[in-house]
Write a protein that binds this ligand. Structure first.
Ligand SMILES: Cc1cc2nc3c(=O)[nH]c(=O)nc-3n(C[C@H](O)[C@H](O)[C@H](O)COP(=O)(O)OP(=O)(O)OC[C@H]3O[C@@H](n4cnc5c(N)ncnc54)[C@H](O)[C@@H]3O)c2cc1C
Length: 282
């Protein structure tokens, strides 16, 4: 197996252009599992761990630019104020060891419907920055992931960063697993309240081929929350929100849970997270 170890972003992009078949490795917490279980037998690995540019976090124009190599541990430590939903979701990932190695860029690269960083990114309308040695493009995270473990990365491209609007209101994330830690989500849900735009962003995890926004639920919450006085919403408003989130899912039965359980759990998580988030607006 050939191992390419660029030490700068420019070198990394040049290496990917010269070796489009090379499998990028950031924290390796997905790649090495696939190699160990012989699901991947890459001839070439592009090790990105020495590319310092990927570890940068930048702020500007109300948006946080998170380099693809930023770990969950750093998201928890550094982004809790600006992006609370992402920080809460990061706390649910794996164990301390996985959170120290695993990256936001790797979660995007794996494009699993169960990736825990993804629902908060969808709920906040994040944009993914992709680069090749020839050009850079930025696309909505919803357009980046196209199916289970599939995305639009071209063979000569790498994920440079994700751009996430700074929270303009409370955010929440909730995850159901078969135990409390070190667990792949049975299903998950993220909500993001934008007090300036008076909108609610949502995303369902692990209950459709990709993470998925619950758009009808978003519209319902936007229309029925009392943005002026921020009073407690009626039980009917909250219940309808949960129902619409459950209906937006397209879950399957598998070893982690049934489709019916996932829909039920999503409705419960949606009701809870909206209640928690809205009560923080008072
Ligand atoms: C024990 C264990 C527990 C886990 N628990 C969770 C959990 O609770 N929640 C969760 O969401 N995940 C979990 N994971 C999965 C994994 O940790 C995450 O998906 C993590 O975000 C992957 O990041 P990484 O940097 O390790 O990615 P890597 O393994 O390095 O890469 C993952 C994929 O992304 C590609 N890639 C990486 N960086 C780039 C880049 N810059 N450009 C283009 N492609 C790139 C790789 O080629 C590969 O396809 C767990 C894994 C393990 C082993």
């Amino acid at each position: 197996m050939e191992l390419l170890q660029p030490t700068s972003w420019e070198e990394a992009l040049a290496a990917k252009a010269a070796h489009p078949e090379a499998l990028p490795l950031c924290g390796g917490t997905d790649v090495m599992v696939d190699v160990n279980f012989a699901r991947e037998r890459p001839e070439t690995i592009l090790d990105l761990t020495r590319v310092a540019e990927l570890n940068e976090v930048g702020t500007g124009d109300g948006t946080i630019r998170i380099g693809a190599g930023v770990t969950y541990t750093r998201a928890i430590r550094e982004l809790g104020g600006a992006l609370p939903g992402l920080a809460i979701a990061s706390r649910t990932v794996g164990s301390p060891q996985i959170r120290n190695r695993g990256t936001i860029g790797g979660n995007l690269g794996s494009s699993s419907p169960a990736g825990d960083a993804l629902p908060p990114l969808y709920a906040s309308h994040a944009m993914v920055e992709l680069a090749s040695s020839a050009s850079t493009r930025t696309i909505a995270v919803e357009d980046f992931i196209t199916g289970p473990k599939r995305n639009v990365l071209a063979p000569d491209e790498l994920i440079a960063a994700v751009h996430v609007p700074r929270a303009r209101g409370p955010q929440q994330f909730s995850k159901v697993g078969t135990r409390n830690a070190m667990v792949i989500a049975v299903c998950s849900f993220a909500v993001s309240i934008d007090l300036e735009e008076r909108t609610v962003g949502t995303c369902i995890g692990s209950a459709a081929p990709t993470p998925r926004r619950a758009r009808e639920a978003e519209a319902h919450a936007g229309e029925n929350l009392d943005w002026e006085r921020r009073t407690t919403p009626s039980d009917a408003t909250i219940a309808r929100f949960g129902e619409l989130v459950g209906r937006a899912a397209d879950p399957i039965d598998d070893q982690r849970g049934t489709a019916a359980y996932r829909r039920h759990a999503l409705a419960v998580m949606a009701r809870r997270t909206l209640t928690w988030a809205w009560s923080a607006c008072a």
